[in-house]
Design a protein around this ligand. Structure first.
Ligand code: AMP
Length: 174
């Protein structure tokens, strides 16, 4: 099994993507390396406090889907997708949140979470924290108990952690 350090080493920093000033943390080389990808799923599994209690893995578009699907192979929990607007076909809960400039919106199928569900939320990168916070807010609104937010990489300088009021588990920081 690869260590989290060697997994992170495979990630590539891409300057000025998707816009000038953003240093994009690209996980695709991790996904393309079988041992690293399998190890990453196992590392996420090990970060769960009570895997047997999780009823749903809530995965954030788009790289969270891949990580959430890999983790779902290890625990007895369904996968729920949080998507950008206009992608989910059935009755949705929408949540609009503030960005530095402007707003963004995320959606979830209302039916996919029931009151009493114990969920974990998963994504690749925690940056400003807005996306993760919006996802937490939607899960709470649908009656879920959030056991934890699990992220591969936290960009500490952006202080996303300050927005998060559920147990936060990051596999690595930069
Ligand atoms: P934020 O809401 O600012 O915490 O942004 C987190 C979401 O945007 C996650 O779904 C990430 O996949 C993506 N993201 C934000 N910043 C980066 C970055 N520097 N590199 C890769 N993905 C990022």
């Amino acid at each position: 099994m690869k260590s989290i350090e060697s997994i992170i080493e495979l990630m590539v920093d891409v300057p000025d993507f998707p816009k000038p000033g953003i240093l994009f943390k690209d996980i695709t080389p991790v996904l393309g390396n079988h041992e690293a990808f399998v190890s990453l799923a196992r590392q996420f599994y090990r970060s769960l406090e009570k895997p047997e209690e999780v009823s749903k893995i809530v995965a954030i578009e788009a790289r969270g889907f891949i990580l959430g699907a890999a983790l779902a192979q290890h625990i007895n929990a369904g996968l729920v997708l949080v998507r950008k607007p206009g992608k989910l076909p059935r009755e949705r809960l929408s949540h609009t949140y503030d960005l530095e400039y402007g707003t963004d919106t995320l959606e979830i199928h209302k039916e996919d979470i029931s009151p009493g569900d114990k969920v974990i939320i998963i994504d690749d990168v925690l940056a400003t924290g807005g996306t993760a916070k919006a996802t937490c807010d939607m899960c709470k609104k649908l009656g879920a108990e959030i056991l934890g937010l699990h992220v591969l990489l936290e960009i500490e300088a952006l202080k996303g952690r300050e927005k998060i009021d559920v147990p936060l588990h990051v596999l690595a920081k930069c």
